[in-house]
Design a protein around this ligand. Structure first.
Ligand code: CTP
Length: 390
């Protein structure tokens, strides 16, 4: 990532301790974070804590360098202030520049995001509301605050938004919206096929790959419908989420959402077989010797058969780099792309945050990718998708 610096402003709120988690998550996503703290923030979290996470001095002093209030802005792509107090919001709205952070706001060029955190009466005070409106007029985006119990023991609107929401907003603000106008249908996770009320057949899919695709597509401006089997993943914010259990439910959901979709990415590991009959009562092991199975319908093949102008992408999780098998599936299911991964390779496949994939297109072009984070694999798939469109 080129020039992926984020200036993280931290001000004097009890929520300041959450800045450590924000910094860590941004760094995990590949950004470099420069922390700038107000004096009041140092009462709630030490510069050393934040320095230990970012690997850079957490700056607190306007005079730490002769031109740091200018150069830091030039070097960064985003100013994120989290948490932002009433005092800082009021100062920024009228351009008071009496510390490093407020100076940086006057010299910054890129987008600014502010996550307020304060008592609800302070938040609703006319001076704060007026400042927020002024800042919004000049293009500043506010994340929250949300309602809930406040540190002071009162209830109301003033809690800083979740760390995940703030991090996602920061990344989204820095991501080009090249998928704007696209309506992408993504499937994820396993399906589970009941044998009786207690037992089921399923597979090892964690859903991580499909959820990463949904997240990446949202960041790039697409509308996303995520149809997911049971997983422990949290659906991204702003996704249209459909939860299903068995293959037949996934099929119904996919076919219902297909008409609106401009692209379909089937990352789900759909069960190929389901018990021929489900017992309503729990079976005793004495009664089970054989479980009769029937085939589920191939959802992707159905989508491929009625794809129209949509881009349709399938996955092939194989034990071995079986290019010929993947090519045959691409042809049989009328796909535009197939993403092959060899689940026997270290760092590829189920339940890990990385993957090693080969993408094959209709013309037979084969592109191998090295070990990457699943979010990076997701972006590579979406890059290939946009390449097909132009
Ligand atoms: N798929 C589907 N419906 C099914 C089975 C699979 O839509 N009933 C989709 C998956 O979401 C994935 C692709 O098809 O995108 C995987 O296809 P395939 O390789 O045929 O599934 P496998 O079960 O791995 O096939 P095989 O056992 O023949 O290798």
């Amino acid at each position: 990532m080129v020039n992926s610096n984020i200036l993280l402003g931290v001000t004097g709120s009890i929520a300041a301790f959450k800045a450590a988690e924000i910094a860590r998550r941004l760094i995990d996503e590949g950004f470099s974070v420069q922390v700038v703290m107000t004096k009041a923030a140092c009462n709630f979290i030490t510069p050393l804590t934040l320095e230990s996470i970012t690997g850079k001095p957490a700056l607190t002093d306007l005079f730490s360098g002769p031109y740091s209030h200018i150069s830091l802005s030039k070097e960064s792509r985003l100013l994120l202030i989290a948490p932002a107090t009433a005092n800082t919001i009021n100062k920024l709205s009228c351009g008071i520049a009496d510390d490093l952070l407020s100076n940086l706001w006057l010299t910054k060029a890129g987008p600014t995001l502010i996550a307020p955190a304060m008592n609800h009466r302070m938040y609703h005070h006319p001076s704060v509301q007026k400042s927020i409106k002024e800042l919004q007029k000049s293009g500043v985006k506010f994340i929250g605050p949300v309602s809930g119990s406040l540190a002071c023991g009162e209830e109301g609107e003033g809690r800083m938004s979740d760390v995940a929401t703030i991090v996602e907003a920061a990344i989204s603000a820095l991501t080009q919206k090249d998928l704007k106008g696209q309506n992408i249908l993504v499937t994820a996770g396993p399906t589970i096929e009941s044998i009786d009320p207690v037992r089921f057949i399923s597979n090892r899919s964690s859903g991580k790959m499909g959820y990463a695709i949904a997240k990446a597509a949202l960041r790039r401006g697409a509308k996303v419908t995520l149809i997911s089997g049971p997983t422990s993943q949290m659906p991204p914010e702003n996704v249209s989420f459909v939860s299903v259990e068995k293959a037949s439910e996934m099929e119904t959901a996919v076919l219902r959402h297909l008409p609106k979709a401009t692209a379909v990415i089937m990352a789900a590991a759909v069960a190929d077989f389901t018990p021929a009959a489900i017992d309503k009562l729990k079976l005793s092991k004495k009664d089970i010797s054989v479980i009769n199975l029937k085939k589920t319908s191939d959802i992707l093949k159905k989508v491929g058969a009625e794809k129209g102008k949509r881009v349709v992408i399938g996955f092939a999780a194989e034990t071995g780099k079986n290019i010929e098998n993947a090519k045959a599936k691409l042809k049989e299911k009328n796909l535009d792309l197939i993403v092959l991964n060899d689940i026997t390779q270290k760092g590829a496949g189920f339940n890990v945050d990385t993957n090693i994939v080969t993408i094959i297109d209709r013309k037979g072009k084969i592109t191998d990718y090295p070990l990457m984070k699943k979010i990076e694999v997701a972006n590579v798939i979406l890059d290939t998708l946009t390449g097909l469109k132009t």
